[in-house]
Ligand binder design. Structure first.
Ligand SMILES: Nc1ncnc2c1ncn2[C@@H]1O[C@H](COP(=O)(O)OP(=O)(O)OP(=O)(O)O)[C@@H](O)[C@H]1O
Length: 371
């Protein structure tokens, strides 16, 4: 299966720039997810790969095969050999399941006997072997989506492109469908680009993730890299829950920094590769805020803070507490409940990420239109 290379892709819609000089490499056989808020350009990227949008600059290659090079090459969508599945199932209501799945093969004039064999094969693959003669209205939403997937796989595609394919399914079915599709994808081994705005889906489903905002890629990494080492404030805030606290970097040597966090009495010594000093925000995940319990020297160390509990929620496998550090609302989670009206906490320097505020375009002007 080929890898996928996007180089310098820009796409304008009249005066609006949907993609800014976007470059990405998707490795052979991996599940690569485009994650970002609504309108950030995920679908535009996917459609450009499929040949349904024509970018205004840049190039796209499937392995060594250039399918788009602005002004020079533009391979028609039907010749790119992409299997595409959209959010709406887009299967034909007047055709049976087998006819839907066989349609791309019919278009390619595959002989009937070979077509029937392949249809049976892919229907087995998506576990719909017994439903070949049914019509879409006789199937559940999840089954209809599997028909769409079978149709995308009928003529083995070079790229599988999935645009929010689970978003019409309820939470439980969505979860089951993800697991099932992940197993299927590793069996088929097809290079897959997956679009979602759902961070849980992106983290649980992908080999690697590109986090996008306003037509730009902010970070590419494995789910763990994205979650544990967000590249900037936007990624920290968008992926998972992050408490963002105002801070001041007072010393930095390129490996560690001393940072004063508003509301914490003593400066913290944090791993940090940037040498810039001054205004910053620190991000700390709710599960990384340490709760000190009675009997372990509560309140004696200068880096500890005792604050009122402003809210509490039981969430099945963990408990969440709302507190404030300085004036900032902060969420803290723990698997062991805490009694009492106050919480004593500290921040572990190893779990803190520092983001210089000036360096983050999202932070400078989060609501500016992209032109
Ligand atoms: N055909 C079009 N004409 C004009 N503007 C468009 C067109 N398609 C997309 N856009 C704009 O380009 C930007 C990116 O849209 P895109 O659909 O790629 O975002 P997305 O990240 O997929 O969002 P969503 O999750 O809501 O589908 C948006 O501001 C959108 O309004």
């Amino acid at each position: 299966m080929p890898s996928l290379h996007l180089d310098g892709i820009t796409k304008q819609f009249s005066r609006h720039t949907a993609l800014h000089d976007l470059s990405l490499t998707v490795r052979d056989g991996e599940i690569f997810t485009l994650l970002g808020p609504s309108g950030c350009g995920k679908s535009t990227t996917l459609w450009s790969i499929a040949g349904l949008h024509r970018p205004d600059s840049g190039s796209i290659a499937f392995g060594d095969r250039v399918v788009f090079d602005h002004g020079r090459v533009n391979v028609e969508p039907e010749d790119r050999n992409c299997g595409v599945v959209f959010q709406s199932y887009a299967i034909w209501p007047h055709m049976s399941v087998a006819e839907n799945v066989g349609y791309p093969l019919k278009l390619r004039r595959t002989p009937a006997a070979r077509r029937d064999r392949r249809v049976r094969e892919v229907l087995e693959l998506v576990e719909l072997g017994d439903h070949a003669l049914k019509y879409p209205h006789q199937l559940s939403g999840g089954q209809q989506q599997r028909v769409a997937l079978a149709r995308a796989l009928a003529h083995p595609p070079d790229m599988l492109l999935l645009d929010e394919p689970f978003s019409n399914l309820d939470a439980k079915l969505r979860d089951r469908s993800r697991q099932w599709l992940k197993a299927l994808q590793s069996q088929v081994g097809v290079t897959t680009v997956f679009v979602t705005h759902d961070q849980d889906e992106a983290l649980s489903f992908s080999d690697r993730v590109a986090v996008m905002n306003r037509g730009r890629v902010h970070q590419v990494g494995t789910p763990e890299e994205i979650y544990r080492y967000p590249a900037d404030l936007f990624v920290a805030d968008f992926v998972g829950t992050a408490n963002l606290l105002p801070a001041e970097v007072v010393a930095a040597d390129g490996t560690r920094a001393r940072v004063r966090v508003e509301g914490i009495g003593t400066p913290l010594d944090v791993p940090h590769t940037d040498k810039r000093l001054g205004t910053a925000k620190v991000s700390v995940r709710p599960e990384n805020i340490h709760i000190h319990r009675a009997g372990d020297g509560t309140g004696t160390a200068p880096d500890r803070l005792t604050v009122p509990v402003e809210g509490r929620a039981y969430l099945g496998d963990h408990h969440r507490y709302s507190i404030r550090i300085g004036g900032t609302p902060v969420a803290v989670t723990t698997t062991r409940p805490v009694d009492g009206a106050e919480l004593t906490i500290s921040l572990s320097p190893e779990d803190i990420r520092i983001f210089p505020v000036e360096s983050d375009p999202y932070e400078e002007n989060p609501h500016a239109p992209v032109h």
